[in-house]
Design a protein around this ligand. Structure first.
Ligand code: SAH
Length: 240
């Protein structure tokens, strides 16, 4: 079943006009016709069954038929990742969507590999991954911010899983033992790692939990996938 993220409010009988891109995808690419059904979600109202109710030259209209799955809150898990090279960053955003991150925050650090990112492209990747993976929301990708600014404005209730390659941190699974869900963030550094000053600043955060991802140095994408996976398995929504 085709699944599409749409911004509109969803309610029984609502008639919704899709944008030209999604309209073309349904008719030209997926060869859908009047009456064919699909699933739609907007991040707020759950997932709805819908049917194509009109096919215009530039836009397709759909009618919301019935609620398929109610909206359930996803874990409040941020992934903060240093700006690494474009390809790797795109992989990280796609995997963060599949692995249930609620937001992806891009951090500019002293040894960052890039100083900007194509947010529109990353947002599209996040949306397409959310459609494919069956999520009821789309992870938000935020504009790059300096790491020290993220630390300075840190919300006290959000625990920070600081993936520290320095090697003296606790094994991640031990660090998560006994911890509960709630507001969390996972931090992954750039290919060049964190500077000593950054490491000191991060470890000074009261809610920071430095963790090791084992004896080998992982690429930023491998580290992000590993940390997200272990977090979800240990305290996230991989346990019903
Ligand atoms: N250039 C650095 C490695 C950086 S790897 C060095 O050689 O030391 C990129 C990021 O992935 C790191 O900043 C860290 O956040 C994470 N990472 C990679 N391997 C890790 C490990 N074994 N333990 C904890 N974090 C790790």
């Amino acid at each position: 079943m085709i699944r599409l993220y749409i911004p509109h409010d969803l309610a029984a009988g609502a008639e919704l006009a899709l944008d030209p891109g999604q309209s073309r995808y349904l008719t030209a690419v997926m060869r859908q016709a009047l009456g064919d059904e699909l699933l739609v979600f907007n991040g707020r109202d759950g997932e709805w069954r819908a049917a194509i109710s009109a096919i215009g030259k530039r836009a397709v209209a759909i009618r919301a038929l019935g609620l398929e799955r109610p909206q359930v809150p996803a874990p409040d898990l941020d992934l903060i990742v240093a700006l690494v090279k474009r390809g790797r960053l795109e992989t990280i955003v796609e995997k963060a969507a599949e692995l249930g991150a609620r937001r992806v925050l891009l951090a500019a650090t002293e040894r960052t590999n890039a100083d900007r990112a194509r947010i529109d492209r990353l947002a599209t990747i996040a949306m397409e991954a959310a459609e494919q993976t069956g999520r009821l929301d789309v992870p938000q990708v935020l504009e790059p911010a300096k790491l020290e600014k993220l630390v300075a404005g840190w919300e006290a209730s959000r625990r920070l899983l600081f993936c520290d390659e320095a090697g003296d941190a606790a094994p991640i699974l031990d660090a998560l033992a006994g911890q509960a869900a709630g507001p969390w963030a996972i931090l992954i550094g750039p290919e060049g790692g964190f500077s000593p000053a950054e490491r000191a600043m991060l470890r000074a955060l009261p809610c920071a939990i430095p963790v090791s991802l084992g004896p080998r140095i992982l690429r930023a994408d491998t580290a992000a996938i590993s940390a997200l996976t272990i977090w979800q398995a240990a305290i996230g929504d991989w346990r019903p």
